[in-house]
Design a protein. Structure first.
Length: 203
């Protein structure tokens, strides 16, 4: 994005019950993705993002981002993700790593929850590190931002395709170009297996 400044921001607070490490575990800064329990160290770096982007504007002053859910601690379950989101009403940053080691995710202006239809605002966006950071903002073509049910979580839609979707077991997912964000495929493949997932919310 021409004219956009990028920055790294170091996290200063981890989840009080221990953290996860999609973004930085072990000496090499990457952990071995594994299904099931087992804690890890806290994330070391916030993902690159545009200076002054939605993620910054929606963070109330003095209220830090907190790790609400991670698969290595809370298990691979969409229902667990929804339960952990209860009590949160603000924005959520979703971070994933797939079987290829590819990292990508989404920023939602609203917390993830069960819904009959799509919800959210135009501040929602998708992003990927493939191989460098790319951010896909709302196009204004539709308002299919986020939809959650027991079997899947979907973000962005158009022509029967979703910009990002995750299954109920948080095991498989997919990404396709969609009208909401005019995004590229976020992963290296349209279908992927989730190795690690984190969800951050404003505490």
């Amino acid at each position: 994005m021409k004219g956009t400044r990028w920055q790294y921001t170091r996290l200063v607070r981890a989840h009080p019950h221990g953290g996860c490490s999609v973004w930085g575990r072990g000496p090499g800064g990457r952990g071995e993705g594994r299904r099931g329990g087992g804690g890890g160290g806290s994330s070391q770096l916030w993902p690159c993002r545009p200076h002054g982007a939605s993620a910054d504007r929606n963070q109330p002053a003095g209220r830090p981002w907190t790790l609400v859910f991670c698969t290595s601690r809370d298990g691979f379950s969409l229902r667990s993700l929804y339960r952990q989101m209860e009590g949160h009403s603000g924005p959520v940053l979703l971070l994933l790593r797939d079987q290829d080691g590819q990292m990508f995710g989404a920023f939602s202006s609203s917390t993830f929850r069960l819904s009959k239809g799509f919800y959210g605002t135009g501040e929602t966006f998708l992003f990927t590190f493939s191989p460098q950071l790319k951010v896909f903002k709302w196009t204004g073509n539709n308002s299919f931002f986020v939809k959650g049910d027991l079997d899947s979580l979907m973000m962005g839609s158009g022509s029967g395709q979703f910009g990002l979707w995750l299954d109920g077991d948080l095991y498989r997912g997919g990404s396709h170009p969609c009208a909401t964000f005019n995004n590229e495929v976020l992963a290296r493949q349209e279908q992927f297996c989730i190795k690690e997932l984190e969800a951050w919310a404003v505490s």
